[in-house]
Design a protein around this ligand. Structure first.
Ligand code: CDP
Length: 211
């Protein structure tokens, strides 16, 4: 069984994907980390993330890169968004994601194009979203709890820039996949969002089994 969880930055999709993984006993891949790894590798190599060949050269990172805490920063998130517009970069990362998705027993993947491109035949699909303000607030709290000094205005601007770039790019833009259920987490606690996610997935799986 494959479950696809897509949505914009800080929508809660990662938290929901992990909780679904625990609930259904499935492994979870945060596909954003792959794009973040490319973004960080371009930076380290002194390349330009907006030049396709520079970004492509950064795609052959090792698995150990995925554990690098530097991947989590907002700056690397923006670099990820910039390298992810290139078709060659997306192609270079497809196999890794499809191999994970099709492993025996099933898997959950979260990202931007899981239900549309990576696993369009997924057994269940969610599109997790939340208002820009709520998402910026979450990033703000996150940064505070990690000892940072976040600035709300720049967090809002960053999220809006990322949304615009992710939704308007030519290749695999962020959009609601055919058959996906929308889950708006703006006014939901984590527990409530997870409960709703499980209910939506269960309903989709039941609908499929009834044919
Ligand atoms: O955690 P957050 O939602 O902030 O970002 P992420 O999921 O780690 O993704 C970082 C960036 O990678 C996104 O802004 C997208 O541009 C890109 N990405 C993508 O294009 N396709 C995916 N399947 C996952 C991420």
């Amino acid at each position: 069984m494959i479950i696809a969880v897509d949505g914009p930055a800080a929508s809660g999709k990662g938290t929901i994907a992990k909780a679904l993984g625990r609930h259904y006993g499935l492994p979870v891949l945060d596909t954003g980390l792959l794009y973040r790894a490319v973004g960080l590798a371009v930076l380290k190599a002194g390349g330009d993330p907006d030049i396709e060949s520079d970004a492509l050269a950064a795609c052959s990172f090792g698995d150990e890169t995925l554990a690098d805490p530097a991947l989590r920063s907002e700056a690397v998130g923006s670099l990820a968004s910039r390298v992810s517009v290139h078709q060659a970069v997306r192609d270079a990362l497809v196999r890794r994601q499809r191999d994970f998705a099709t492993q025996p027993g099933g898997a959950i993947l979260d990202g931007r194009d899981i239900g549309t491109v990576i696993a369009p035949d997924a057994h269940a699909k969610l599109f997790v979203t939340a208002s820009v303000h709520v998402r910026a607030q979450r990033r703000y709290q996150d940064a505070l709890s990690h000892g940072g000094h976040p600035d709300m205005d720049s967090l809002i601007a960053d999220i809006q820039a990322r949304d615009t770039r992710d939704m308007s790019r030519d290749h695999a833009p962020l959009k609601v996949a055919d058959g996906a259920d929308l889950l708006d987490t703006s006014d939901l606690s984590i527990d409530a969002a997870v409960r709703q996610a499980i209910a939506l997935v269960d309903a989709q799986l039941e609908g499929r089994s009834r044919g």
